[in-house]
Design a protein around this ligand. Structure first.
Ligand code: GFB
Length: 333
């Protein structure tokens, strides 16, 4: 039995990783978690539990607005978490560590699809430069421990992930959970329109958190290099397309209005995942089914805790029917 620890098991990807690892017969998943921003707590935890494999999914993260408004918190939290976990793992002889970085670490103008050779070759997207810099530092720290101590610390870069357990907050969440919650409330209150931030034209490659977790297990077994490796889906969607699909998943039939006063962020983020494909892994989830599953989780877990929710009961019958209406895009700005 191999002892495995997910550092940051309360995050979207940490949660998916723990769920996935629990299905593995030859692994023992360490269920506890110290405060990762406290060096002594992390050190004592690793000394006591002696994990052999570690997935580092911890650190504060959020969508474009959270990155804009809380860059210091995001950067400091991630720097502390990665420094404490990486050092403790080295000190206590962890055999392998997989660090999860972020696709926002690529330069804003990097050639698409994004190849790891482009990392640190140009300026970052300004809306998330602080967080992205911390994520780059994580990669560099893993690389430095490999170079100086021969540690088997690897870095993976997932595309924009979503899934059960995500942050559905209106200003803190990423686009998929934020819009699922917004459409849900608009449907409950029969609001005639929903506002989508930005122009709707940026494109993102989305990946289901369960697929990222599966890829991480695969990489733990089959990848050992100082260069990061991308974990991508394969398709990119415009934000307008995603908003339309989410409205259908929720069953909201009002208008979608695009608020161009809000930032778009990077125009396109699409990962080159051919190295991972060549190793033999590819994602399994169907995008729409994964969105439906995410909405189902939201209905079961979030709505009852949400003081802003005023509907007494919520239907679990999520709509999967293709939208057949007029063009619902209205450009408000
Ligand atoms: O998901 P998101 O915040 O991630 O935004 P990023 C993606 C796109 O969706 C942007 C638009 O063009 C947003 O303007 N969008 C539309 C919305 N409506 C909404 C909404 O209600 N909420 C949000 N959040 N977006 C993040 C980075 O950037 O990507 C993080 O800021 C992290 O650092 C993450 O790396 C993966 O891809 O733009």
């Amino acid at each position: 039995m191999t002892r495995v620890w997910v550092a940051g098991a309360e995050t979207l990807l940490g949660r998916a990783l723990r769920d996935r690892l629990r299905c593995e017969p030859r692994l023992t998943v360490i269920e506890d978690e110290p405060n990762l921003t406290h060096r002594e707590q992390v050190e004592e935890f690793v000394a006591e539990h002696r994990p052999e494999q570690v997935y580092l999914a911890g650190g504060l993260s959020g969508g474009i607005e959270m990155n804009r408004s809380r860059p210091a918190e995001l950067m400091l939290d991630n720097l502390l978490v990665l420094a404490h976990v990486v050092e403790a793992c080295y000190q206590y002889g962890v055999q392998k560590l997989l660090y999860l970085a972020s696709s926002c670490s690529y330069p804003r103008e990097a050639a698409q699809p994004l190849r790891v050779e482009s990392l640190m070759t140009g300026p970052l997207e300004p809306t998330n430069a602080a967080y992205a810099t911390a994520k780059l530092a994580g990669w560099q720290l893993c690389r430095a421990y490999r170079q100086q101590y021969g540690a088997a610390f690897v870095t993976a870069i997932p595309a924009n992930a979503f899934g059960p357990g995500d942050d559905f907050g209106p200003t803190s969440g990423h686009v998929i959970p934020a819009l699922l919650a917004r459409f849900h409330r608009a449907k409950q209150k029969a609001e005639p329109s929903v506002t989508i931030w930005g122009s709707g034209t940026p494109r993102r490659e989305f990946i289901y958190a369960a697929d990222v977790a599966d890829a991480c297990l695969f990489l733990m077994r089959h990848y050992d290099d100082e260069e990061p490796i991308n974990i991508g889906g394969s398709t990119s969607w415009s934000i307008a397309e995603v908003a339309q699909i989410l409205a259908e998943v929720v069953g909201y039939s009002g208008e979608l209005c695009f608020d161009r006063s809000k930032p778009d962020g990077m125009p396109l983020k699409m990962l080159d995942s051919s190295p991972l494909r060549e190793l033999g892994w590819q994602p399994k989830a169907d995008f729409r089914s994964a969105l439906t599953e995410t909405y189902r989780w939201f209905l079961q877990h979030q709505v009852k805790e949400d003081p802003g929710h005023d509907g007494p009961s919520v239907s679990l019958a999520v709509s999967d029917s293709p939208h057949r209406g007029r063009d619902r895009r209205c450009l408000s700005q």
